[in-house]
Design a protein around this ligand. Structure first.
Ligand code: ADP
Ligand code: ADP
Ligand code: ZN
Length: 217
């Protein structure tokens, strides 16, 4: 199954895509994770992306589209993957459609996670992630067993630079302007499902399963 997870920063895309990918042994492809990795390694891609990411802006379309094109060439990914955080603009969505048409591997469903803005801010400012395995936690809503240590690998939990409140507000504005138009794009293609992202993580996960079971045979 080939899925796209859409939604504003903090909606739970990373958390749910990780759970679903583990459950079905699909691959989760997160452009945010790929870019952060490149930034921490100081590769040419990372050096180019960093200034955009620090301000909460979007990395240029040609850069992220090139990344995804490379990733999707890997034949392991063709049968099942979840795109988390890509596409984020109309040109990215159009480029993705062209890539997948060439390969004759269309997207099965686009899930749009919907969460009220005040909850998004609270989720983002309390987010922590493992510096080693990238697993996502929250200070209040999904705490690790030991403070500041990852349950799975024991790595140190860190706060992302762009999860400070000023940057968060900027990212939410950019979502509305650049990414929200994709809802109509995918609705017109009859592949969009909206999912209520409010509620406990496991409750949202059950909801996600239910939608996938009814919409995708
Ligand atoms: P979140 O899920 O919290 O919005 P991500 O980890 O998906 O954050 O992305 C972090 C940052 O990486 C974004 O704010 C943006 O700067 C950059 N980024 C990730 N995906 C894309 C994309 N598809 N297009 C442009 N920039 C992106
Ligand atoms: P996104 O990838 O959409 O930016 P994340 O999955 O990283 O979102 O979630 C943002 C923050 O909110 C994380 O700290 C995560 O632990 C927390 N979170 C995710 N889903 C829920 C939920 N259903 N209820 C409360 N907190 C959540
Ligand atoms: Zn870890």
């Amino acid at each position: 199954m080939r899925l796209i997870f859409l939604g504003p920063p903090g909606a739970g895309k990373g958390t749910q895509s990780q759970k679903l990918a583990e459950y079905y042994s699909w691959v989760k492809i997160s452009t945010g994770d790929i870019l952060r990795e490149a930034v921490s390694r100081k590769t040419p891609l990372g050096l180019e992306a960093k200034s955009f990411m620090d301000k909460g802006g979007l990395v240029p379309d040609n850069v992220v589209t090139g990344l995804i094109r490379e990733r999707l060439k890997d034949s392991d990914f063709r049968s099942g993957y979840i795109l988390d955080g890509f596409p984020r603009t109309l040109p990215q969505a159009q480029a993705l459609s062209r890539i997948l048409e060439e390969e004759k591997t269309p997207i099965d469903r686009v899930m749009s996670f919907e969460v009220p803005e005040q909850d998004l801010v609270r989720r983002l400012t309390g987010r922590r992630s493992c510096g080693n395995c990238k697993r996502i936690y929250h200070l209040d809503f999904n705490p690790s067993k030991q403070p500041d240590l990852c349950d799975v690998c024991g790595g140190a939990l860190v706060q992302r630079e762009d999860d400070r409140e000023e940057t968060v507000r900027n990212r939410l504005r950019i979502y509305e302007k650049e990414t929200a138009p994709l809802l109509k794009y995918y609705d017109d293609k009859m592949v969009l499902s909206r999912i209520d992202g409010w509620g406990a993580i496991d409750v949202v996960f059950d909801r996600l399963h239910q939608i996938l079971n009814t919409k995708v045979k």
